[in-house]
Design a binder for this molecule. Structure first.
Ligand SMILES: O=C(O)[C@H](O)COP(=O)(O)O
Length: 250
């Protein structure tokens, strides 16, 4: 069973170093190029998706579209679901990462970004950033909609979708592309690789780089290998891009 995880290409707010979360920001020009290149890398590696799962956020949706276009596979079914959204970044959404970092201790900043259990401060119920005020979530019971999320909360909402929808496509023998976000993918990788709550803090996924998984019948990786070896593309450039994500705002 073949699975490809792809963080969306650079977004307009990634380029400006702004906490994004559930804000629906588009790809930057760089991000559009990254999405096309990701399609080229998948084609070159001969991992060709039969189905795509993505979030309800346009940066991931467009990344899926552009990568499929690069593979001449725009006909492939694309399923969208809020459970694959980025982590809700609460009251940090819309704020510059360097500014936030200058206002709090280095420990607090790191805890908000990378701890497993601690969510950032929440947004108010009437905030434009609370999903109850966004019509795209009108079908979702309001008690499931977050005002802020820790990575642990993201994992809890991603896993039902993983087991119910994505594993079903994998079981049917389809090569699955998941086009999603830095933190929804960190949660999924934590689950797949059995990474501890402490060690997941060290994982930073760069934009627009496909990660390839060969899964066994238990929907876990068939072989153990360093995560860096799962990326498609130039290892040095990928390592530098991951380090740049890690040090945002510092
Ligand atoms: O939502 C965001 O700001 C980014 O997509 C992910 O941000 P992070 O790397 O700071 O968690």
């Amino acid at each position: 069973m073949e699975l490809v995880l792809l963080r969306h290409g650079q977004s307009e707010w990634n380029a400006e170093n702004i906490f994004t979360g559930w804000a629906d920001v588009d790809l930057s020009d760089v991000g559009m190029v990254e999405a096309v290149e990701a399609g080229g890398l998948m084609a070159e590696a001969e991992v060709i998706p039969d189905v795509v799962h993505t979030s309800l956020q346009k940066r991931a949706i467009r990344t899926a579209e552009e990568s499929l276009r690069a593979m001449d596979r725009q006909w492939v079914p694309v399923r969208r679901h809020w459970r694959l959204n980025e982590r809700h970044y609460g009251a940090l959404q819309g704020r510059n990462k360097a500014e936030v970092s200058s206002e709090v201790s280095a420990e607090q900043y790191h805890e908000w970004r990378r701890s497993f259990l601690v969510p950032p401060p929440p947004v108010d119920y009437d905030s434009e950033y609370h999903p109850v005020n966004d019509p795209r979530y009108s079908d979702v019971p309001s008690e499931l909609l977050p005002a802020s999320e820790s990575l642990s909360m993201v994992l809890d909402r991603v896993l039902p979708y993983w087991f119910d929808q994505i594993c079903r496509d994998l079981h049917a023998g389809r090569t699955v592309l998941v086009s999603a976000h830095g933190n929804s993918l960190r949660a999924l990788v934590k689950h797949l690789e059995g990474i501890s709550d402490a060690d997941i803090a060290e994982l930073n996924i760069p934009t627009g780089v496909p990660m390839r998984y060969e899964l066994g019948g238990d929907y876990r990786p068939r072989t153990t290998m360093p995560i860096e070896d799962r990326y498609l593309g130039d290892p040095d450039a990928i390592a530098a891009a991951a380090e740049a994500v890690a040090s945002q705002g510092r």
